[in-house]
Design a protein around this ligand. Structure first.
Ligand code: FAD
Length: 276
């Protein structure tokens, strides 16, 4: 059987304790031999140095590290400065996003959508970067309609993306349909499902509300019933998410991208159960 290609997403830590925690997490997850790791970016450049430092730290450990870059609230000059820095450090893999500005903060910037950022990177850097973009099996929360969102996704890929990573979901059918519909619009790049391990009920509900991912009622009700029993939440979460991943893998997905939230335990347990 073909080995499962996995990748891990981290965020840049803000405190010395956070840096230590991420190093410990990464050391554990590196044993699972990820294809690459990625590091998020705060819209408008709020984590610019943290993203760069974290990416370089991981690259120094021999991991293929891909910074995220969002264009909202940024000028072309500032995006160019960041991309030049990555190129100078030999970074060749990037996750290109629009991002979200905190409400009431700042201007939209010169590039309004991720498709424009992808075109900009291709125009200025040719094939230097392998570009990932984001996909939304349950549709982006601000999209006008599912059809419009799919068309925008296809436009973004055609602007020059090599691959896509999805928002997390718990309904595998939403993912399969999204992939089929994208193919009908001529999308041929791999669309890797984003996987959110479940470790914390209130955090999961908050994130899901923000990003438009549905937590099925049966999952929410079970998690809620565990109250403060962290171990029960973790065990149930690992079961549910491993089941989802297994179904995706059985159907031949091109990989699995884990939103680790800088913690190793749940992601590691799921990967080990999958035999990754
Ligand atoms: P876009 O593809 O630009 O789409 C945004 C919205 O605009 C959609 O509703 C789309 O339908 C619509 N749209 C697109 N093009 C057009 C057009 N031409 N005309 C009209 N409407 C259009 N956020 C961060 O801040 N930092 C991160 O590091 C980060 N990493 C992420 C990683 C992944 C894998 C995913 C799935 C999301 C990530 N996000 C991150 C969140 C992301 O920035 C938000 O979901 C954001 O709202 C949309 O970004 P996008 O790149 O998908 O935008």
């Amino acid at each position: 059987m073909k080995p499962i290609e996995i990748s891990f997403e981290f965020f840049p830590p803000k405190t010395p304790e956070g840096i230590d925690k991420l190093r410990a997490t990464r050391t554990q997850l590196a044993l699972l031999k990820p294809k690459f790791v990625s590091v998020t970016f705060g819209a408008g450049g709020s984590t610019q140095q943290g993203t760069l430092d974290t990416v370089l730290d991981m690259a120094a450990d021999g991991l293929e590290a891909a910074p995220h870059l969002s264009c909202i609230g940024s000028s072309k000059d500032s995006l160019r400065a960041i991309l030049n820095q990555y190129r100078a450090h030999g970074i060749r893999h990037i996750v290109a996003l629009r991002g979200d500005l905190p409400s009431g903060m700042g201007e939209v910037g010169e590039l309004r959508y991720a498709s424009e950022l992808v075109s900009f990177i291709r125009a200025e850097y040719g094939d230097w970067f392998w570009i990932e973009v984001a996909g939304y099996p349950e549709y982006h929360p601000q999209s006008r309609s599912p059809k419009h969102d799919l068309e925008n996704f296809a436009r973004k890929v055609k602007a020059g993306a090599n691959s896509a990573i999805t928002q997390y979901f718990f309904n595998a059918d939403a993912y399969f349909r999204f992939v089929d519909d994208a193919k009908k619009l001529g999308v041929e790049v791999p669309i890797v499902p984003g996987i959110m391990p479940i470790t914390n009920f209130s955090q999961l509900m908050r994130f899901s509300e923000m990003c438009g991912a549905e937590v099925p009622r049966w999952i929410a009700r079970r998690l809620e019933s565990f109250g403060d029993d962290k171990e029960a939440i973790r065990a149930f979460g690992v079961d549910v998410v491993t089941g989802l991943c297994q179904r995706l893998v059985d159907q031949g997905v091109p990989g699995l991208h884990f939103y680790t939230l800088n913690a190793a335990t749940a992601t590691k347990a799921i990967c080990q159960r999958l035999g990754a």
